[in-house]
Design a protein around this ligand. Structure first.
Ligand code: ATP
Length: 627
């Protein structure tokens, strides 16, 4: 038969296919195996209604055969096959999909069939690695077999040929290596095995290959110098039924754990496994894991968030970021849906309504699972929170607090009274009747906050204080602003909304000493006030305005030239003997009184965890007062 040319548009399309559509050459195998699987599906479907076709599901298979010597890779299936018209229409016309048409016809008959092919282009991806493709095929119900041959650019040729069985064999003549490209890899058994595992592991029919391994020769087993021999075995390379397609009740937790470790190269055991199957506007299955520990690169740019996305068991994307919100980026897992509108290369998804719906559902599902874990499995939830709580707090502060309502009930902070992590709801439920605010204190660690003088009054009144020991803690509370109508209030705030009875008396006549200290310290402090919150400590610093000391420290660490400085208010405990000593020194030895004022200020800086402006001067000052 005379050689037929691809139509000119087709030629350009083919060129596009080969050079532009796919980023990875390796996907050609996924496409050919998907075609083989579709072909088997079609024949399986016919077998259901046609008794003459004496085949059951177990008879179907896909066979892969690399041949290094002849540089060929052969893919054989015993699916429906193609006749001459099919070859013309489907392999001679780019972007014509017999599979899509088949699916359309079936759905008109109301039979839903899970077919992979839809664009009519996947086949041609094989030209990325092959210089010539030969297809030998015999269609179910036909007596004649046909051979389709093409070297890509010059069109194709169809001739009659011999073939006993129904089905299709595709022989790729693999290209020679070039300086830039290594094509030999597509003839290596382990590389092919790896590609099948990666992209086609869940194709429902066995994908088989003769695998050659090495073993010690039986007769040399006990000798000092054992000899090796090669042996070949036919192996099934794909798992076929994905674990997420099996009913949850039939899968042991251990199997889920192993799947998690293998799939995501994790060392830990997942803390929580979520299995979900949704049918409705959009149909999908998801298998999600909450890891028990953060991967070493979790808080770095290297960590990639996302879920693996499958469509009808074929891997579409390793990391589909759109499926997870930033605040749940620690979740690992897979989503499988046949409803996605894939783009032609199956590499990216077009802006997909279904994908958005799935992502929304998944976000809700994760939130609900965490909520019930918090309610019913506190120990594990705390483990989770220790690993990923910081992420939730970032989530509260991110996007101008857009997700705060969703996340606030999942937050935990260390409590001064409970000496463990507590939730905001637990705090509010325990609040004293007259308590106006939810109090928090910021510091580097638990013991430094335990010793913060500013918290003395709150403690003496028995109020619970939430400890903010991570940079993000204070930002998260500031973003929340309030919880169940109770505002947050920093322990270092001027106004704690409570009276300090012990200091009441003294408030009236302390203005002279306050003015003296302010004049002595000058611009170092913006104000000096009589403290309402100190009980046993003489001094403390509080920050006025929106910037706290912890923020000052944080910004100065990440951006040293930011010039960010909290306004310092020095609080004096008018009942404290050190302050009284300074007061009397004002009358007797004004220079000494000035030294006391400097010393008390430096102490306040130290307690607040802020650097003393001049440590040498401070040491001299202490010494001068000792002699
Ligand atoms: N092994 C096969 N057995 C039977 N028919 C096949 C086989 N391979 C391809 N075909 C036919 O050729 C058509 C075109 O295949 P191609 O891979 O180009 O596109 P597709 O699978 O339909 O869609 P997609 O581009 O989405 O993969 C298929 O729809 C199918 O009808």
């Amino acid at each position: 038969m005379a050689k037929k040319e691809f139509k000119s548009e087709s030629k350009r399309l083919l060129d596009l296919m080969i050079n532009s559509i796919y980023t990875h050459k390796e996907i050609f195998l996924r496409e050919l195996i998907s075609n083989a699987s579709d072909a088997i599906d079609k024949l399986c479907f016919i077998a259901l209604t046609d008794d003459k076709l004496n085949m059951s599901r177990d008879d179907f298979k896909i066979f892969i055969k690399p041949d290094k010597e002849n540089r060929t890779l052969t893919i054989t299936d015993n699916g429906i096959g193609m006749d001459k018209d099919d070859l013309e229409n489907n392999l001679g016309t780019i972007a014509s999909s017999g599979s899509y048409k088949f699916k359309q016809e079936m759905s008109e008959k109301q039979d839903d069939i899970d077919i992979i092919g839809q664009f009519g282009v996947g086949f041609y991806s094989a030209f990325m690695v092959a210089k010539k493709i030969t297809v030998v095929t015999k269609k179910y119900g036909c007596d004649t077999a046909y051979k389709w041959e093409s070297d890509g650019a010059d069109g194709y040729e169809i001739t009659e040929t011999e073939r006993d069985e129904i089905g299709t064999t595709i022989v790729l003549e693999i290209k020679d290596n070039t300086e830039e490209e290594n094509y030999d890899e597509f003839l290596e058994q382990y590389r092919i095995q790896g590609l099948i595992k990666k992209y086609s592991d869940y194709i429902r029919y066995p994908i088989m290959m003769d695998m050659t391994h090495s073993r010690v020769k039986e007769e040399t087993k006990d000798s000092e110098k054992p000899e090796y021999e090669d042996y070949t075995e036919t192996e099934t390379l794909n798992s076929m039924l994905p674990i997420w397609q099996r009913a949850k009740k039939d899968v042991k937790q251990e199997e889920y754990d192993n799947f998690y470790r293998e799939k995501f190269m994790a060392m830990d055991k997942p803390l929580h496994t979520i299995v979900t199957s949704v049918e409705g506007v959009v149909t999908y299955k998801a298998l999600l894991f909450i890891p028990s520990q953060a991967p070493y690169d979790y808080y770095t740019k290297e960590y990639k968030k996302g879920l693996q996305l499958y469509s009808s068991g074929v891997l579409i994307m390793e990391n589909c970021e759109e499926l997870l919100p930033e605040h749940f980026r620690f979740v690992k897992g897979i989503v499988d849906s046949a409803d996605l509108s894939l783009n032609i290369s199956r590499e990216m998804l077009q802006h997909d309504r279904h994908l958005i719906t799935i992502a929304q559902n998944i976000e809700k599902k994760i939130k609900n699972e965490l909520t019930s874990m918090l309610a019913n499995d506190r120990e594990n939830y705390e483990k989770f929170f220790n690993a990923f709580g910081r992420q939730l707090k970032y989530g509260v502060s991110a996007d101008y607090g857009m997700h705060k309502e969703e996340l606030q009930d999942l937050l935990m902070y260390y409590s001064s009274t409970e000496k463990k992590l507590v939730t905001l709801s637990e705090y509010v439920d325990r609040m004293k009747e007259d308590q106006k605010f939810i109090y928090f204190a910021v510091g580097e660690n638990i013991s430094s906050i335990d010793n913060l003088p500013q918290t003395e009054l709150l403690r003496s009144k028995g109020y619970e204080i939430l400890y903010c020991t991570e940079e993000i803690d204070e930002f998260s509370l500031q973003t929340l602003m309030q919880y169940k109508d109770k505002r947050f209030c920093s322990a270092t705030n001027d106004d704690l909304g409570i009276e300090n009875d012990e200091n009441k008396e003294e408030e009236k006549d302390s203005s002279a000493i306050l003015t003296f200290v302010k004049e002595t310290l000058g611009d170092k402090v913006s104000e000096v006030v009589a403290s309402k919150k100190l009980v046993s400590h003489p001094v403390c610093l509080t920050a006025k305005g929106g910037i706290s000391f912890e923020m000052e420290k944080y910004f100065n660490a990440v951006q040293p030239d930011s010039g960010m400085k909290a306004q310092r208010v020095l609080e004096l405990n008018m009942n404290h003997s050190a302050v009284k000593a300074m007061e009397s020194a004002v009358q007797t030895d004004i220079e000494k009184a000035k030294k006391y004022a400097e010393l008390l200020y430096d102490q306040a800086l130290l307690i607040a965890g802020l650097p003393i402006e001049n440590p040498g001067e401070y040491a001299d000052l202490v010494c001068s007062l000792m002699v």
